[in-house]
Design a protein around this ligand. Sequence first.
Ligand code: CA
Length: 177
Amino acid sequence: MKAKVQQKLELQNGMIASDDADFAHFLQQLKQSSNGNLGMLDYIEYQKFPIEWKNVNDTSWLVNYTGDWSVVRYLADDAATVTESNVAGNTASFTFDGFAVGVFMQKGSFDGIVDIYLDGTKVATVDTYNATRLEHQLVYQNNSIGSGSHTVEVHVTGTKNASSSGYLGILDSFEYK
Ligand SMILES: [Ca+2]
């Protein structure tokens, strides 16, 4: 979630005053970077992004799936669900406003290799095979993608580790801030 905030600049004896601590801090930085010359500005509109990680579960309506996926319950995963597919080309995508994102998946003995895309570009290939099941594994995280609207996608590839018995991509949740 983001909030657009419009604040009137108040200059009191050369000092910047605001009830909003984040906005006051932002203005102080702006003032320093402009050598204190803020006289030409009247209003500033800026966006506040969440500082804490926000979690979006695999079953959220914010997650869009292509192809057939199945919801499966595992108590140890986020919200006790995962959504899985083993069909090459199937995707799970999530669009958010923020500057950082993470992808949580389950690993296990039937799990395959997935690709992670960010804003349409492949940014990671993840082998989700593990001899024993591991819930809620952070398989991708990027903390410096620049503020704005972004889309992260998980692509089932139909490929796998030689040791794996299957091709599943098992999505647990996304996080963003
Ligand atoms: Ca989940």
